[in-house]
Design a protein around this ligand. Structure first.
Ligand code: ZN
Length: 178
């Protein structure tokens, strides 16, 4: 579920933080990063070892580490710090949307031990097959896509606006009057 994560995360972040300067490029990256890391490792490359699609990047330690790095390794007021904090927020929302606490050994890793609980049929092909046959997944993807298209047409359709978003600041105006 990629578009669901991208769309729902941006929606939540825009309405919770209401920060017109939030760099959504980093938020978007954070919103899918846990899956980009864990699924190839746990479901494909090292499935025999781990046997689960939720590893380190689906533990609470991961966004906390990103937040720590943002505070320690970057200077206050810089674009990099703002970006990394945006990334951290994206990571947190990913765990929220995944209901990651439902697999507590992975969520609280490594506090309950170094092992990740194996998940049945978590190899990439079973996982994809299950997702593609699940109407709720398609509904989520459609909702995420619809919100992204809405934002694009509402706020980034002007000439040069998309280029500015991608290359420069990742900003999308907030609704006026909010
Ligand atoms: Zn995930």
């Amino acid at each position: 579920m990629i578009l669901w994560h991208l769309g729902a995360t941006v929606l939540i972040v825009r309405y919770v933080f209401r920060d017109p300067d939030m760099d959504l490029r980093w938020v978007l990256a954070g919103s899918i990063l846990p899956d980009v890391i864990d699924k190839p490792i746990g479901s494909l490359l090292f499935h025999d070892t781990f046997g689960t699609h939720r590893l380190f990047a689906h533990s609470i330690v991961f966004p906390m580490a990103a937040f720590g790095i943002a505070l320690i390794a970057t200077k206050r007021g810089t674009g990099l710090r703002r970006g990394l904090i945006g990334l951290t927020i994206g990571l947190f929302v990913h765990l929220l949307l995944d209901a990651a606490w439902a697999t507590p050994e992975a969520f609280w890793w490594p506090f309950f031990g170094w092992e990740f609980p194996k998940v049945l049929d978590s190899d990439l092909f079973s996982l994809l097959g299950r997702m593609l046959s699940e109407p709720l997944v398609w509904a989520g993807e459609a909702a995420g896509a619809a919100y992204i298209v809405f934002l694009w047409r509402r706020y980034l359709a002007e000439a040069g606006a998309m280029r500015r978003f991608v290359r420069l600041d990742g900003r999308v105006d907030l609704p006026t009057g909010s």
